[in-house]
Design a protein around this ligand. Sequence first.
Ligand code: UD1
Length: 387
Amino acid sequence: MKIISVVGARPNFMKIAPFIGEINRYNADARDAKESIQHILVHTGQHYDTRMSSSFFDDLNIPHPDINLEVGSGTHAEQVANTMVAFEKVLHEHKPDWVVVVGDVNATLACSITAKKENIKCCHIEAGLRSGDMGMPEEINRLVTDRLSDLLLAPDPISVKNLKDEGVDERRLEFVGNIMIDTLESNRSNAELLEFEKILSDNVLDENKFKIEEVEPWKKYGLITMHRPSNVDDKLIFTNIVRWIMEKASSHMRFIWPIHPRTVKQAKHFGVWEDIIQSDEILLMHPIGYLEMLHLNMHANLMLTDSGGLQEECCVLGTPFLTLRWNTERPVTLIENGGAGYLVGNNIEDINREFEQLLLENRNPVKPELWDGNTAFRCVQAILKYK
Ligand code: UD1
């Protein structure tokens, strides 16, 4: 069997790492070449900076991609179209039995469409997530990918239900658990070994601001990540959140903020960059590596985020969090469904109220069903037994 798996952007890397590891394990046990899986890794090149891409290959021991399509940044149409054109050539040359896509980024969409146009079976890992928000580019990617894919591997029972409600035939669907948690579990102890001081000094954006001898006050901290267009592309929403962090939240603790390139660009554009840089309570960092983020998450008092994957990691680590969005495709992570977080949107009064509530919460790790570190095994088995 020949499988091409696809990565494109940062949140894909931690999902593909255990899948490749499982293929290697399977091949090591295979009796002969006929039984083994031939695997090709394609990187679309949507993310290309060291800090957004190659650092994850190093941290997670992912083999170098066999093929890089180098599509780079651009509008959505440009990214999807350029990926499709380049990926079609790869499919013509390598003729795989399966294309495996993960998550919900533009690479996921572009490569699932291209595979199906070429009549190649497609498997989607992390199927069935739904935010119901068609203004979110990822929701379009999820809907199209799931509609087209032959095999839908879902991370939680809510996603399974979403797919059943959409009329997906049960033979195409399997509940396998959350593959990203395989990565978290296998990297926990290495992440714990990192030094807090070194993470800060290696990644701080403004070297003048952080001196290693002044690390103590940073040890009680909240983590911030924000990059969704719905938060950072709207001047009022973005600047209100920034001001609330600087004027209210930071009176309770300091904040460490690994900042996404899109957010840097917007902060400069909206004229709040200097204020953030100069705030004594906010430490801006470059985008950080997987293990570094895991370490900071393990020891954070709380997290403010609009990321998808971090909501899940916070649950498993028990970090209380606020999701700075009006909806989530991951409802399993919310307090009311047994998770660790609250959905607060971008209304400052709501954010402030829930933030004050969060200050009272303890770490309380939760593990949804089948988030057990063995999801990649179930994914590979599901592909092998697919008829
Ligand atoms: C993409 C994903 C999003 C995911 C996020 C994680 C889609 C639709 N969105 O959004 O789901 O949560 O990745 O980061 O696929 N840039 C760099 N270096 C890079 C890549 C990008 O500087 O290596 C800058 C460019 O200026 C680019 C901007 O970041 O225009 C946005 O990158 P893009 O890949 O378009 O979308 P993300 O916001 O990263």
